[in-house]
Design a protein around this ligand. Structure first.
Ligand code: HPA
Length: 260
């Protein structure tokens, strides 16, 4: 039994949620929480940047048992694209079947502005990294068709409609960061079919699919991406706008779980 499974005792969450920048409000909504600092879970990352905690909340949300990861590590912190591998593998070993990934992202579409929520339909890995590099065995040739589970996406659209929340859907581009993109890079992302850009999530999706988890991804749009209408995004703006959109994200995910 892995360390996480041992700590869970009788709790058996089937769904885990990784919270993006400044979406911590969702962790606070977890009822009757067992709170485990990442430091007590071998392999869980100790986030180093502001806007990210480092705790696992296990409890109830929308009437279902969930494990909420408040804080993630990003590949740009270390150069290790597989930095979330131990955490995701532990969740799988502890019985989790579905992973909901959330993030803050810049919009590539002037019609999708700060405060909007985008359901990820697919991603483009522009980072030059892959979390499975160096792994051996046929199971690493992970199919990425429908990586963002169509049935889960349908449920998110239904949940959004029930909550009266506008839910965009689009393609998330993974940019390594930590510098923001140049306006020329943003024009390229627009041309190749991107809808939003961010510095996380895609490697976690690859890892989660490697371990057979179902994946859904949600982006909180915190800004227009660099150069669009003169935008010049900053980490401060990402944190501020992420916090503002957190209540809609909480309502959407809670409804998704309740109606599941
Ligand atoms: N670019 C990359 N990551 C981001 C952005 C952005 O504009 N906004 C929030 N996260």
């Amino acid at each position: 039994m892995n360390a996480l499974a041992a700590r869970l005792g009788a709790r058996a969450p089937k769904t885990a949620i990784i919270l993006g920048s400044s979406l911590g409000a969702l962790a606070e909504a977890v009822a009757d929480p067992l709170i485990i600092p990442y430091a007590e879970l071998p392999g869980f990352p100790l986030p180093k940047i502001s806007g990210h905690a480092g705790k696992l909340f296990v409890g109830h949300l929308g009437g279902q048992e969930v494990a909420v990861l408040a804080g993630r590590a990003h590949p740009y912190e270390s150069g290790n694209a597989a930095v979330m591998r131990p955490a995701i593998e532990s969740l799988k070993d502890a019985g989790v079947e579905t992973l909901i990934l959330t993030n803050a992202a810049g919009s590539l579409k002037p019609t999708m502005r700060h405060g909007a929520i985008m359901l990820i339909a697919d991603h483009i890995n522009y980072s030059g990294m892959n979390p499975l590099v160096g792994q051996h065995g046929d199971e690493n040739f992970v199919p990425m068709t429908d990586a963002y589970d169509p049935a889960l996406r349908k449920r998110f659209h239904a949940a959004a409609e029930a909550e009266g929340i506008t839910l965009h859907e689009g393609v998330y581009c993974w940019y390594s960061g930590p510098s923001f993109e140049t306006p020329a890079e943003i024009r390229m992302f627009q041309m190749i079919g991107g809808s939003a850009v961010g510095m996380s999530t895609a490697p976690e999706t690859i890892l989660a699919r490697r371990f057979g988890l179902k994946v859904a991804g949600l982006s909180v749009i915190t800004n227009l991406a660099a150069g669009i209408e003169g935008a010049s995004p900053s980490h401060e703006e990402t944190k501020r706008e992420g916090q503002k959109a957190a209540s809609n994200m909480k309502a959407l995910i809670t409804r998704f779980l309740r109606d599941g």
